[in-house]
Design a protein around this ligand. Structure first.
Ligand code: HSE
Length: 302
């Protein structure tokens, strides 16, 4: 008897302004895979050999890494990526979703030996910070604290009246490069700024009241150092303000930028027009929060 199943993991937007390395949200992007036991482990994309070499493939790396935590042996498998709407290296959690998919593949073959918190610990260990992998696993907006080997998290009961207008350029920015420009130490003033605003930002998302959203997104830990890596980010924030968005932030390590606003197609069209005046090709799409998180489904014994 061998196992066959499907895996679906959402994309994510991390940091959300002042929540550097601790706050993230799942958005309705998806990485979808079909998995079945096979003689050797191989990756395909819609039936064609996968373009990313196996050594650079985060799904494969996560399957192998997870084996260390399993008492049972797991088989080799054929993984077919049937859909990936998460843009790569754009700050929308593509590597985290691949890591989460790999851990779930290994755990499904191991008959769910690992509980969800252990899955989260492995994903955080692999990614190095929790703000993308946690919402990818649990869905929704997740705040996580990791310190001295302990992890505490909460899936926030966010209000449903907010849309994420995701603006993606035609250039990539690696997380490594985007982290390399950050200082090694911060002033107490900047740290306190983020601490106080993060508490109030979470309160605002839960209550669905956004009067001070732009002020509360005003980060002093990572965004000021990253704007220069994202061509026209200043102009795009200005467009968003001009068209009365509720606030703006850099998604994850960038280069994607996000405007937060109510559901408003006029806003979307106005932003589209302004983005078209820029030299890099910026797209914009309206996304909502994915509340389901990662799923393993259609499990069959064949
Ligand atoms: N919190 C991370 C960062 C997200 O800003 O570098 C990207 O992985």
């Amino acid at each position: 008897m061998s196992l066959k199943f499907k895996v679906k993991v959402p994309g994510t937007s991390a940091n959300i302004g002042v929540g550097y390395d601790c706050l993230g949200v799942a958005l309705d992007y998806a990485l979808e895979l079909e998995v079945e036991e096979s003689e050797k482990t191989e990756f395909f994309e819609n039936g064609e050999p996968f373009s990313i070499p196996i050594k650079d493939n985060f799904i494969n790396e996560a399957i192998n890494h997870t084996k260390k935590y399993l008492s049972s042996d797991i088989p080799n498998c054929r993984v077919n990526i049937t859909k990936n709407s998460i843009p790569l290296s754009r700050g929308l959690g593509s590597s985290s979703s691949a890591i989460v998919a790999g851990i779930l593949i290994a755990n499904t073959f191991a008959k769910n030996e690992l509980d969800i918190d252990k899955i989260a610990d492995i994903a955080i260990e692999m990614e190095g910070h929790p703000d993308n992998v946690m919402p990818a696993i649990f869905g929704g907006m997740v705040l996580t604290a990791c310190d001295e080997g302990e992890t505490v998290y909460s899936i926030l009961p966010t209000a449903d009246n907010l849309c994420f207008y995701v603006m993606i350029p035609n250039f990539k920015l690696s997380t490594e490069k985007s982290r390399s420009v950050l200082p090694k130490a911060y002033s107490a003033h900047d740290a306190v700024n983020n601490i106080a605003k993060l508490g109030l930002l979470v309160d605002s998302f839960i209550k669905g009241k956004y009067d001070s959203l732009r002020f509360l997104l005003g980060d002093k830990i990572h965004q000021p150092y990253r704007f220069s890596l994202i061509n026209d980010s200043d102009k795009i924030f200005d467009f968003s303000k001009k068209h009365n968005a509720l606030g703006e932030y850099i998604s994850g390590a960038g280069p994607t930028l996000i405007s937060l606003n109510y559901d408003n197609d006029e806003f979307l069209e106005a932003m589209k027009k302004d983005l078209a005046t820029l030299s890099d090709k910026w797209s914009i799409e309206k996304k909502t929060i994915n509340k389901k998180g990662a799923e393993v489904y259609d499990i069959e014994e064949i």
